[in-house]
Design a protein around this ligand. Structure first.
Ligand code: ZN
Ligand code: ZN
Length: 182
């Protein structure tokens, strides 16, 4: 029998270990699954767009899902590269709605990694990681500005919202996890 009960935190390229470790620790306790840091993709050059000088996140999500470890319930990838989807100038992350894979980019979330580490302890990174994982558990965007599923256009929005789901999103999440795990 295969147990699919682990959220994989997948660094792409050189990501400082404190970032992947922080995500693994916080999303694990948040969603109630075990976590593991493991490289899933060696590079994402296949998703590079020369004209935009950015990476198309949707293509990366497909490859992540194809290469998912057997015991993974979800995969959250972390990249330093700037991500886009064609209708937007950039995204902080993207997820397969109700699917397996999501990704966040730290390119815009942290201007200075060392300062971020000392002052904020990766709060923005963790918020966006939980937000994208929320989508993989089938959650849509929420209109409550304090809810972690609120859609953030700017860093101010990220900083303003809490690290929690609102009551409505929390009920939806727990239903989804129950369906998933039987
Ligand atoms: Zn979102
Ligand atoms: Zn909500």
């Amino acid at each position: 029998m295969n147990n699919t009960d682990t959220i994989i935190v997948a660094p792409i390229g050189d990501i400082p270990p404190w970032i992947t470790d922080t995500i693994a620790r916080d999303v694990g306790s948040f969603f109630g699954f075990s976590t593991r840091v493991e490289k899933v993709l060696d590079d994402i050059l296949f998703a590079y767009d020369l004209e935009r000088n950015q990476y198309h996140s949707t293509k990366i999500l497909e490859k992540l899902a194809q290469n998912a470890p057997d015991d993974s319930i979800k995969i959250i990838a972390v990249t330093k590269e700037d991500l886009f989807i064609p209708i937007l100038t950039h995204v902080y992350g993207e997820a397969q709605l109700g699917g397996k894979a999501c990704i966040i980019s730290i390119a815009r979330l942290v201007a200075d990694l060392e300062v971020e580490m000392i002052n904020k302890g990766g709060r923005r990174i963790v918020k966006e990681a939980i937000h994208e994982l929320g989508h993989t558990f089938d959650l849509r965007h929420c209109e409550d500005q304090r809810c972690i599923m609120y859609y953030c256009r700017r860093l101010d929005d990220v900083d303003r919202k809490s690290s929690q789901f609102c009551r409505y999103c929390n009920i939806f999440l727990n239903d989804n996890i129950r369906d998933l795990c039987g």
